[in-house]
Design a protein around this ligand. Structure first.
Ligand SMILES: Cc1cc2nc3c(=O)[nH]c(=O)nc-3n(C[C@H](O)[C@H](O)[C@H](O)COP(=O)(O)O)c2cc1C
Length: 269
């Protein structure tokens, strides 16, 4: 009887050890990962996938004739220290929907874009906001309406190069405002940031959970902008109510990109 007890205890211990081994081997996210790929593996391959997609996109853009290399605008910075403690920025953040006609500096625009998706680890090409598997599905467009040193137009942010690529010339704020809630905010803000996402970059690894991950990431990136806005003495509102197809067309997004969030930025009234 005593031997049987010892035998059962040994079996329980071995089973528990086996379970712990399996769980740690398949990584912290194995239950949340429908395609069964560990986060660690994705981190390594993920960057390759993202880099591949980015390269393809650039060459597609070039061949479509919309973009030429001369239209690349070098951004400044980023500044990685400041005078506003994060608690102060969190406490001060408030939605503002009316802006002064005062221009934004290109330096401030650079800083805002960096806060959204800029590079914080050049070697590993990691960005300011967390990204599932480091696959980076987000793309950032701006409608430049009143920025010193930057012609009015639509631009796309290229985080690795810290550049803007010109997509179209002219003031598109009025057009964009027609398809969105808070048209007055978009018309008066010197800058409007539009977040879009390529869901496929994330779904290739995470299957049906990709949609959730992409939306969470948009929240991370846009919150960074909300706090950076305060640190620069500016204001913004996050807009989720807009006509997807019309916004996509106005901002001249690629077919595989979907607009997710709009943030007019400027000096609040
Ligand atoms: C997902 C999301 C979508 C939003 N969409 C809009 C919008 O379409 N128009 C708008 O004026 N504000 C929008 N807001 C801003 C909210 O109205 C605002 O955050 C809320 O009233 C709280 O005010 P506060 O941001 O000043 O704290 C949105 C906020 C979130 C989080």
């Amino acid at each position: 009887m005593k031997n049987l007890k010892i035998y059962i205890i040994v079996i329980i211990i071995l089973a528990a050890a086996g379970l712990i081994f399996i769980l740690s081997y398949t990584s912290e996210n194995s239950f949340l990962n429908p395609v069964g790929v560990s986060f660690e593996n994705i981190n390594d391959t993920g960057n390759e996938v993202a880099a591949e997609i980015n390269n393809t996109k650039t060459s597609e853009l070039n061949s479509s004739g919309k973009i030429s290399m001369q239209d690349n605008i070098k951004l400044t910075g980023p500044k990685v220290t400041g005078n506003t403690p994060v608690e102060e920025a969190i406490n001060k953040r408030r939605s503002v929907r009316d802006f002064l006609k005062k221009p934004l500096s290109l330096e401030d625009v650079s800083q805002l874009l960096w806060s959204a998706q800029g590079i914080t680890d050049k070697q590993r090409e990691r960005r300011t906001a967390p990204s599932a598997g480091a696959l980076y599905p987000l793309e950032i467009y701006i409608a430049a309406g009143n920025i010193s040193g930057l012609e009015q137009g639509i631009y796309k942010y290229k985080p690795l190069a810290n550049e803007l690529i010109k997509i179209a010339e002219g003031d598109c704020r009025k057009e964009l405002s027609k398809y969105s809630a808070q048209p007055a905010a978009i018309q008066t803000a010197p800058l409007t940031i539009v977040f879009s996402a390529v869901y496929g970059r994330t779904s290739v690894k995470y299957g049906s959970r990709a949609e959730r991950y992409v939306h969470i990431e948009t929240g991370h990136a846009s919150q960074n902008v909300c706090l950076q806005v305060i640190s620069l003495g500016l204001s913004t509102v996050t807009i989720g109510a807009f006509q997807d197809e019309q916004v996509k067309k106005t901002m001249q997004m690629q077919e595989n990109e979907e607009p997710l969030y709009i943030m007019p930025v400027g000096y609040g009234k």
